[in-house]
Design a protein around this ligand. Structure first.
Ligand code: PLP
Length: 400
């Protein structure tokens, strides 16, 4: 398999593991493979590596090691945080939760279940057209029976960064637990749980060049965390199961590397990102989704009127470019992205989106290939699109 000529621009979906992370995990698959709960030296060496990784992860986000719990992925961290805060709230008669309409499905589907199966009431706040949620609106939505506010740090589709510190301050003042899904933020932009007033935070290794299938949940000391998987006493009784030492070690190595290189990576990515944005926004009847400034350094999301996102992706794939669309293919029907609908885009437009998400391994040449391919593919698809023809003949009004 040789994919070396591909332009990989889907880093918000997953990333390539860094060489540092791969090198860090190998000894724990090969030589130091003991169970960290075992008393002999081979097990204790694995335990030491596990605790060193916990300390490294904690220091990267401004936490204490005892506040880090390892999980199997970002989705699990979201599920555990939300369910724990909800169930603790219910014990006190508080069954109201505040979130936003453009969260990841790991959050939205968990909330939906709590609503349907356990009688919680969920307020989903509107997201402004720039893809940002206002802290004042969170404040206005808090009620005496609110037990949890969960608002994502950075959106996975459009890359907008939320005023997390301000939202955290509002929650702290009201005495409400604040969780943030920081899966797209950690390792990419500065995250400090203490300074940003965060009570619980979810992260996932494969978004910052660590392995897939490993994540962590930060839970501030003093905030109770209920067990998610029952069984052994691992993770101080909050998540049973023999720890995935190799991947945990690799995750910590990847995060340390990402944080150490963040300033340089950001400068490089912002330059590539902005170059692509200024070229692609020249395409007529196109639109950049999400705030121009408050966005992740590597994420671009655009809509092109008159075409379907899927067609765009397939043609880009033919040209060796891996990107993604906001639309999810659900049980055979193509639904427009809930994120784009949440920021107020009409259905017709939300169907034609393209997400380009870069990482520090992308090059100027990659940017050039994207800048060349996208306008050509958009023109080609519009030429075949009945909707575009109607727009051109003036039978339909342009929405962009
Ligand atoms: N939350 C956000 C914002 C994400 O982007 C993702 C992954 O795409 C997740 C949660 C889920 O993470 P994982 O794939 O590790 O379960």
């Amino acid at each position: 398999m040789d994919f070396s000529n591909k332009v990989y621009a889907d880093n918000a979906a997953t990333t390539k593991m860094s060489k540092t992370a791969i090198a860090a995990m190998l000894p724990y698959l090969d030589t130091c493979y003991g169970n960290p709960s075992s008393l002999y030296e081979l097990g204790q060496a694995a335990k030491e590596a596990l605790e060193a990784a916990r300390a490294d992860m904690a220091s990267c986000i401004g936490a204490d090691p005892a506040e880090i719990f390892f999980t199997s992925c970002g989705s699990e961290s979201d599920n555990q945080a939300i369910r724990s805060a909800a169930h603790i709230g219910a014990l006190k008669g508080k069954k109201h939760i505040i979130s936003t309409a453009f969260e990841h499905h790991a959050v939205l589907h968990t909330l939906k279940k709590l609503e349907k199966e356990e009688g919680f009431e969920v307020t989903l706040l509107d997201v402004h057209s720039n893809g940002i949620v206002a802290a004042e609106e969170v404040k206005a939505a808090i009620r005496p029976d609110t037990c949890l506010v969960t608002v994502m740090f950075a959106n996975n589709e459009i890359g907008t960064v939320q005023p997390v510190k301000e939202i955290g301050a509002v929650c702290r003042e009201a005495g409400v637990t604040f969780h943030t899904d920081a899966v797209q933020a950690v390792g990419h932009i500065p995250v400090n749980v203490k300074e940003q007033n965060i009570d619980m935070l979810s992260l996932s290794a494969h978004k910052f060049h660590g392995p897939k299938g490993i994540g962590a949940l930060y839970c501030r000391r003093g905030v109770r965390l209920l067990p998610f998987i029952d069984g052994g006493a691992q993770e101080r009784g909050r998540r049973a199961g023999t720890e995935n030492v190799a991947e945990i070690v690799a995750m910590a190595a990847a995060l340390k590397e990402a944080c150490a290189n963040m300033a340089g990576n950001t400068a490089k990515l912002v330059a590539l990102r902005d170059k692509i944005i200024s070229a692609l926004t020249k395409i007529p009847h196109s639109r950049l989704n999400g705030d121009r400034v408050h966005r992740l350094p590597g994420t671009i999301n655009m809509c092109f009127e008159g075409i379907e996102g899927e067609g765009l992706l397939l043609h880009l794939d033919d040209r060796g470019i891996c990107a993604s669309s906001g639309s999810a293919c659900t049980s055979g029907s193509l639904d427009p992205s809930h994120v784009l609908l949440a920021i107020g885009l009409p259905h017709e437009v939300a169907h034609g989106s393209l997400r380009i998400s870069l990482c520090e391994y992308n090059t100027e040449e990659d940017a050039e290939r994207i800048i060349e391919a996208v306008p050509e593919v958009v023109a080609y698809l519009r030429n075949m699109s009945p909707v575009w023809k109607e727009l051109e003949r003036g039978e339909k009004k342009h929405l962009l």
